[in-house]
Design a protein around this ligand. Structure first.
Ligand code: NAP
Length: 301
């Protein structure tokens, strides 16, 4: 089970309500008796920040945001199952995490293929015994207007974003329910919340991911499964470069324009999104479900 995350009452001889946070014990010198002071507490961050006993499955884990999520989770002790299309890249990224002491395995899988998804989830459970967290991060983008988009590209965008989240969640939720609970984070977009130029298929898919998150959260709260959505703005990953190509804009020019379109200079970094994902996977968000967190340098402000 996910740790309860209760505050550990302890510490501090200064007589004031103690708001400091420490990783292990009191951050200031204090004598033993004073530790019992009623109105003082220290939060044991290990309860919230370590995931040593957790296994998290990350789709799209071999690139960009998904890989940053896998790296961060591994750094806080979680075992990570990277699920992605490209076997060669997946193995390289997994080996990189392992070389830093992490527990990681790669599973080649198209998240829109029901049979492969079921096999993959079963393989992850076989290898790690459990799945405590799921990050639905795999995604594709096709920048075109209605007249310019091919039907197959519409199908692909919707299949990866919507069917992929449905299928992976379907098999993982079955496992989580049997194990007593878990956490799911779906990766939406700023375009879950507003429209964008030449992005209508992606906007449709990502708006769907956000509302799907809310509906799934309603259904599975009773199973002790919290389901939330992180909505990134433009993040420096291969997906951003793909967009500049699809729009026929010089990549340097595209990146250069990112500085002026939001309050905080951009684009964002993959780890900016990973930190928000971690918040939702950790017990810091114990009583949060069906919500979304925008990570966009203020672009939607
Ligand atoms: P990325 O670097 O291209 O990573 C996406 C990964 O998903 C790639 O490894 C891709 O493999 C994989 N993938 C695609 N289709 C798949 C499928 N059917 N099954 C399994 N894996 C599949 O892009 P990213 O920027 O990290 O994007 C991650 C998520 O963030 C996506 O959902 C994206 O929509 C969302 N997002 C990104 C941004 C941004 O600005 N970067 C902004 C908002 C939201 P291939 O490379 O082989 O296709």
């Amino acid at each position: 089970m996910w740790p309860s995350g209760t505050l550990r009452k302890a510490c501090c001889n200064n007589g004031f309500f103690h708001h400091s946070i420490t990783i292990s014990g009191c951050p200031v010198a204090c004598d033993g008796a004073a530790h019992l002071k009623e109105n003082a507490h220290v939060v044991d961050l290990n309860l919230f920040l370590r995931m040593d006993d957790k296994t998290v499955l990350v789709t799209g884990g071999a690139s960009g945001i998904g890989y940053a999520v896998a790296q961060f989770l591994s750094a806080v002790g979680a075992a990570v199952a990277l699920v992605d299309l490209d076997e060669e890249r997946g193995k390289i990224k997994t080996a990189a995490i392992r070389s830093r002491g992490g527990r990681a395995r790669f599973y080649p899988c198209d998240v829109s293929d029901a049979i492969r998804v079921e096999e993959t989830v079963n393989a992850v459970v076989r290898d790690f015994q459990r799945i405590d967290g799921l990050v639905n991060c795999a995604g594709v983008i096709m920048r075109a207007d209605v007249l310019g988009l091919e039907e197959k590209d519409w199908d692909r965008t919707i299949d990866v974003a919507l069917k992929g989240v449905f299928l992976v969640s379907k098999y993982v939720i079955g496992q989580m329910k049997a194990a007593g609970g878990g956490k799911i984070v779906n990766i939406g977009s700023g375009w879950s919340l507003k429209g964008g130029q030449k992005a209508f298929s992606y906007c449709a898919a990502k708006a769907g991911v956000l509302n799907m998150t809310r509906a799934m959260a309603i259904d599975h709260g009773k199973d002790n499964i919290a389901i939330n959505c992180v909505c990134p703005g433009d993040i420096d990953t291969p997906l951003l470069e793909i967009q500049s190509r699809q729009l026929g804009i010089d990549t340097d020019e595209f990146y250069g324009s990112q500085n002026d379109v939001r309050p905080l200079k951009g684009p964002g970094r993959p780890e900016d999104v990973a930190h928000a994902v971690f918040f939702y996977l950790s017990d810091l968000s114990r009583w949060i479900t069906g919500s979304s967190l925008v990570v966009d340098g203020g672009g939607l402000a």
